[in-house]
Design a binder for this molecule. Structure first.
Ligand SMILES: [Zn+2]
Length: 78
């Protein structure tokens, strides 16, 4: 199963803003817009590869997604 990180935008911001602000990174299955925590994310939202998980580029991270991701990818941190 492949994953990627997808941004949740700040209130009133959108991916179409010139300099969109986002609140938090969620984790989704590749090519899906529903985060592991159940949050529906914008299909146009910026994404990062799952490799950014746990790096400064992937902060702040949704805690619920982080917990699910560790559970589903137990060897990720090895
Ligand atoms: Zn989440």
């Amino acid at each position: 199963m492949e994953y990627e990180m997808r941004a949740e935008y700040a209130e009133g911001a959108s991916p179409r803003d010139p300099e969109p602000r986002f609140e938090v990174w969620h984790i989704t299955r590749l090519d899906q817009t529903t985060a592991l925590c159940g949050r529906e994310l914008d299909p146009d939202a910026v994404t990062l590869t799952a490799d950014a998980w746990g790096t400064p580029a992937g902060q702040p991270l949704c805690h619920a997604c982080g917990a699910s991701y560790i559970h589903q990818v137990p060897h990720h941190l090895s």
